[in-house]
Design a protein around this ligand. Structure first.
Ligand code: F3S
Length: 380
């Protein structure tokens, strides 16, 4: 019978060298972050694969955290069917048996698996990969879910792409002179940069991207439309690039390029719910909602967070307060959450370009965009 053992995991890690015929080279890693956790993405075939690995006794060798799934595992809210909950719990159980930490968050770089500059890692969630490389200066390619898991078990990954200095060199100079007035424009800019750069590392200079919140949305959207694992954001990315490097392909992004993305992600129907937390919201941002909302928001709100953030909110007595205002805090799950189907929402609005892109293309939900500053003030 076909079996996924260490040899096969090593073969997976060496795949990038097979095409070029080069001798495989590996680099030791200190952290892994695994995607392919959601039942929506991996289905029953994925569960069988995880079961095989877990039952083989193989364990991760480095700190390994998990991306969000399709459901909140406590099942406390009853918005996902028992059958889906069982599948999602089974997935969690196999990963935990392999030694992974049950974080279920797409922002491990904020808590629970925080990288340091120059650390080699194997991460799979694209938004986390781009943030780690571009803002923290850690080194990770955009791994597949199984690639990151294999690397976590072996403790190494292929020394290719941005694990080499050559792979971190920018190849595309992005010229953008417009404003980045909010997180939605930051996302639209990232989306265009992703489309234009493909798997080349882009170099961009924009004052408007120099805050953590904007960079998170810019990089998440770049990761949704492009293959490159990083952006060099001048003034933010820890790389010594002085003056424009020579010989770069150039690409100018104009206001109408941004408008094209925003107009393509407009609601067709009136939205029925507000989704925030793609990538997952940190504790301070959720707490901050209480100071920006004035009364009950116009629509039910679903805020997606890590399990740890939800626990902290509960301990601070904020969860009940948020709930009384119509803000539902969902842990363990991605915005592509089973509850959306069960609640029957046809149309939603979010402040995340990445979120709107996937909600439309994968969940087939009509998803539109508005920045947080507007979401709670007016009917979008
Ligand atoms: Fe996170 Fe899901 Fe968005 S994994 S980045 S909430 S699409």
């Amino acid at each position: 019978m076909w079996k996924l053992d260490r040899e096969r995991l090593l073969e997976i890690l060496c795949l990038p060298f097979r095409e070029s015929g080069e001798k495989p080279r590996l680099v030791r890693i200190s952290r892994a972050h695994v995607s392919g956790v959601s039942y929506l993405n991996i289905g029953d075939a994925g569960i069988r694969l995880l079961k095989d690995i877990a039952e083989s006794g193989m364990m991760v060798k480095v700190r390994t955290t998990l991306n969000p799934g399709y459901a909140e595992l406590s099942g406390e809210r009853g918005e996902c069917s028992p059958a889906i909950l069982d599948k999602q719990r089974e997935i969690a159980q196999y990963f935990i048996k392999m030694g992974a930490h049950s974080t279920f968050s797409c922002t491990p770089y904020l808590e629970q698996n925080v990288p340091k500059r120059g650390e080699h890692m194997a991460w799979a969630e694209s938004s986390a990969v781009l943030y780690s490389n571009s803002v923290i200066g850690a080194w990770t390619n955009k791994e597949s879910g199984i690639g990151a898991l294999a690397a976590g078990i072996i403790g190494a990954t292929s020394r290719t792409g941005v694990h080499t200095s050559e792979g971190r060199r920018p190849r595309l100079l992005v010229e953008y002179e417009g404003d980045v007035e909010d997180e939605v424009v930051a996302g639209a800019l990232g989306y265009v940069v992703g489309e234009r750069s493909g798997d080349d590392v882009p170099l961009i200079e924009s004052e408007g991207l120099l805050s953590k919140e904007r960079a998170i949305e810019y990089l998440a959207a770049q990761g949704a439309s492009g293959a490159s694992p990083m952006s060099i954001i001048r003034g933010m990315t820890p790389l010594a690039i002085r003056g424009p490097p020579d010989g770069l392909r150039k690409s100018r992004i104009l206001d109408h390029d941004i408008r094209r993305v925003l107009e393509g992600l407009q609601n067709t129907y009136s939205p029925e719910a507000i989704l925030i937390g793609c990538p997952h919201m940190p504790y301070a941002s959720v707490r901050g909602l209480l100071s920006i909302i004035n009364g009950r928001p116009p629509l039910p709100v679903f805020a997606f967070v890590s399990r740890r953030t939800k626990t902290r909110l509960a301990e601070a007595g904020l969860l009940a307060k948020l709930r009384s205002l119509g803000i539902n805090v969902i842990a363990d799950a991605c915005v592509m959450w089973c509850g959306l189907k069960k609640l029957g929402y046809r149309s939603v609005v979010t402040n995340s370009v990445k979120g709107a892109h996937y909600l439309r293309n994968q969940m087939r939900v009509d998803a539109g965009l508005a920045p947080l500053s507007k979401l709670f003030k007016e009917q979008p």
